[in-house]
Design a protein around this ligand. Structure first.
Ligand code: GDP
Ligand code: MN
Length: 382
């Protein structure tokens, strides 16, 4: 679960990490009613889940209220890397002397948290990492020891940083680590970690990613997710623990499978035929009749989706359950929709009988390739 900047900063604040005063608003009226709480000048920041907002025009400075209101109107509604800006964070602008980069992420290879630091933070960190890798350090943290003083000391001595920032930095790093572990994060990133003209450290930006499986432990994050302006089908799917991924709006094909790897293979093969995929649904585990039926109903709630390609592969998955689920969904009547299904697993032989009884809205395929071919051919003859 990725967090928007303002939510991430709320967590930073909770852990004693300095952030700017700010307000969040979704409309010009809301801005007008809240902006008085802040002292100008302001920074206006598009709240979208992508980085590089600064470079994309999603971060603007305003000297006073009038300018802030005018520029807000330009940012709200703009599209940054496919995301429409629905919310704006307005903060008090700070004067900065320097920008550092600091993050903690879960290193899945070493299976430990890793601290990443660079004295060259800011909007060009990707280039720094590529062209000047010596200006970036990665330090593995022993999860049984946590962050110790030596981690901050190592960073300071490696880059020859001014010792007057040491105490503040060491405290900030250990608080960030506390947040990282207590919130079951896979990433918490502060870029830039700014040094103000008054020699204070302050987090000007925050990216955070919380392990989805831990959300039951974090009601505040759960609530944040529910409040996000997401596709209703994503939310519907989540109720059943399905992952619904909207893809190309121009297409009328959806794909459903039990596993992300196979889902991607199916999408690739369909794309190779020159078609595009509108949406993908990962069933996760437990392909029971009821779950399959619910998943199909969710897919077809999108009226533009006309074709559903299903590929289920499982040792213990019972094919008759899957076929039964298809039948159950179709009992509710899905006119003008076609399902192409490929199944592998227990009781496969019974499947054909079940599918036969459904009629010609369901087409059986022996393998993914055959299924994709059949999909292409029925679409071309419609
Ligand atoms: P990003 O481009 O999505 O990473 O957005 P950031 O929040 O990191 O902002 C981009 C850049 O804007 C930062 O690297 C800063 O240089 C600048 N910036 C953001 N907030 C402030 C601020 O309060 N004061 C000043 N002087 N610059 C800021
Ligand atoms: Mn940033």
């Amino acid at each position: 679960m990725k967090l928007l900047e303002y939510k991430g900063k709320e967590l930073l604040g909770k852990y004693g990490i300095p952030v700017q005063n700010g307000i969040v608003a979704g409309s010009p009226e809301e801005i007008t009613s809240k902006i008085n709480k802040l002292t100008p000048p302001y920074v206006l920041k598009a709240q979208v889940m992508t980085g590089g907002r600064g470079k994309a025009g999603g971060i603007k400075f305003a000297a006073g209220i009038d300018q802030a209101e005018k520029l807000s109107g330009e940012i709200l509604g703009m599209t940054i890397k496919d995301s429409v800006v629905k919310k704006l964070l307005i903060t008090e602008k700070v004067d900065i002397k320097d920008e550092w980069y600091l993050s903690i992420m879960l290193d899945r290879v070493i299976k430990s948290p890793m601290v990443i630091f660079s004295p060259l933070g800011g909007v060009d960190i990707e280039e720094t990492a590529k062209n000047d890798p010596k200006k970036l350090v990665k330090i593995t943290v022993d999860p049984f020891l946590g962050i110790k003083g030596y981690t901050a000391r190592y960073i300071f001595s490696k880059f020859g940083l001014d010792k007057k920032y040491f105490e503040d930095f060491a405290l900030l790093l250990s608080n960030l680590y506390k947040l990282f572990t207590e919130y079951d994060s896979t990433l918490v990133e502060i870029n830039p970690l700014a040094i103000t003209k008054e020699d204070k450290l302050i987090a000007l930006d925050c990216k955070a990613d919380i392990d989805n499986s831990s959300l039951f432990r974090h009601p505040d994050i759960y609530e944040f997710r529910e409040g996000l302006d997401e596709d209703v089908l994503i939310k519907d799917a989540r109720k059943y623990n399905f992952l619904y991924i909207p893809l190309k709006d121009s297409s009328d094909i959806a794909v459903m499978s039990n596993g992300s790897g196979m889902l991607m293979s199916c999408i690739d093969l369909i794309t190779k035929t020159g078609a595009e995929v509108r949406a993908a649904l990962d069933l996760g585990g437990g392909a029971t009749r009821e779950r399959i039926a619910e998943a199909i109903k969710i897919i077809f709630k999108d009226k533009i989706t006309k074709y559903l390609f299903i590929s289920i592969f499982g040792g213990i998955t019972r094919c008759d359950e899957v076929a039964g689920g298809v039948k159950l969904a179709l009992e509710e009547g899905l006119e003008n929709r076609k399902i192409i299904i490929r199944l592998e697993g227990t009781n496969k032989k019974q499947v054909l009988d079940i599918l036969d009884s459904i009629g010609d809205s369901v087409i059986f395929a022996e393998g993914i390739t055959e299924g994709v071919e059949k999909l292409a051919s029925i679409r071309s003859t419609r």
